[in-house]
Design a protein around this ligand. Structure first.
Ligand SMILES: [Zn+2]
Length: 239
C-alpha cells in the first residue's frame, strides 16, 4: 500500500490582485475534489496516522489519503472543515507559530489573509484535526545555522503545544526546502514526521521524516486531480 498526501493552502476564490492562483482552490472546487476522492474509495487520515503506520504502531484503512493545509489560513475553518465533515475526514493543518492569529507576513507578494487564532486552533484540535508545525517564521530550514534551525523546529513545536495544549509531532518544511542536515535537525527537535513537496506516495518502509506530498492549487478540475494521483502512484519513492 502507498499513501498519498495532498497539500492545500487557501480554500478561497483567488482575488484579482493575486499574482498567482497556485495557493488557492475555490471552496466549491475543494468540495468536488473531496467528492471524487471519496468516489475513488479513498478515506482521509492524518499525517500522524501515516507516521504511526510507518513506525508499526497502527494500521490504516484501505486506500488512505492525507489532506493537509499549509500556513493555517482562516479559510480552512470557514470553507474546508465543513466540507471535510461531510465525509467524516480529519486533516492536518500546519501552523506558522509566530503568526498565530495574524496574517501571512512572510509572503509579501500574496494578498493578505487572516490566519487561525489560538482559540480556533484549540477547537480544531479538540475535533480530531491534527495540528503540525510549519516553523516559527516560515523560513527555509535548509541552510539555517544550528541555532536558528532549533528555534524554527523545537521552538515552534513548544510554542504550538503551549497554544493548543496537545502534543505536536508533525512538521512541514516551508517551501518543501530541506537537506540531510535539516532532516537531522527535525529528528533532533522531536518530530515523528516531516512533509516535503517531493512527488511520491508514501510506503510503509519509507522515511517518515521525508514524506512525499503533492501540491494542489489553481483551477484544477477534480478529474485532473484523479489523473495526477494515478501518476503519483506510478512515481518511484526515494524516501
Ligand atoms: Zn507555507
Amino acid at each position: 500500500m502507498r499513501v498519498p498526501v495532498l497539500c492545500y493552502h487557501r480554500i478561497e476564490t483567488p482575488p484579482a490582485s493575486a499574482p498567482s492562483d497556485s495557493n488557492f482552490v475555490s471552496p466549491s472546487l475543494f468540495g468536488e475534489h473531496l467528492g471524487v476522492l471519496s468516489a475513488l474509495g479513498f478515506t482521509g487520515v492524518t499525517v500522524r496516522d501515516i507516521a504511526a503506520w510507518q513506525h508499526g504502531q497502527r494500521e490504516l484503512p484501505q486506500r488512505p489519503i492525507a489532506i493537509t493545509f499549509d500556513d493555517a489560513y482562516q479559510s480552512v475553518v470557514d470553507e474546508a472543515v465543513p466540507r471535510l465533515q461531510m465525509y467524516g475526514w480529519p486533516a492536518t493543518v500546519y501552523v506558522v507559530t509566530s503568526c498565530i492569529g495574524g496574517t501571512n507576513t512572510w509572503d509579501l507578494a500574496a494578498p493578505r489573509a487572516t490566519l487561525l487564532d489560538a482559540r480556533a486552533l484549540r477547537v480544531l484540535s479538540s475535533r480530531g484535526y491534527e495540528l503540525g508545525s510549519h516553523s516559527r517564521l516560515h523560513r527555509r530550514i535548509r541552510g539555517l545555522s544550528e541555532e536558528d534551525a532549533a528555534s524554527e523546529l523545537a521552538g515552534s513545536r513548544l510554542e504550538l503545544e503551549a497554544f493548543v495544549e496537545a502534543e505536536v509531532t508533525s512538521f512541514a518544511f516551508p517551501y518543501g526546502s530541506h537537506d540531510r542536515r535539516a532532516l537531522d535537525a527535525v529528528a533532533a527537535a522531536g518530530y515523528a514526521s516531516a512533509c516535503t513537496l517531493k512527488r511520491w506516495a508514501n510506503r510503509r518502509h519509507g522515511n517518515a521524516l521525508r514524506l512525499g506530498r503533492m501540491s494542489v492549487g489553481g483551477p484544477l478540475p477534480a478529474w485532473q486531480l484523479a489523473a495526477k494521483l494515478i501518476k503519483l502512484f506510478a512515481m518511484p519513492s526515494f524516501s
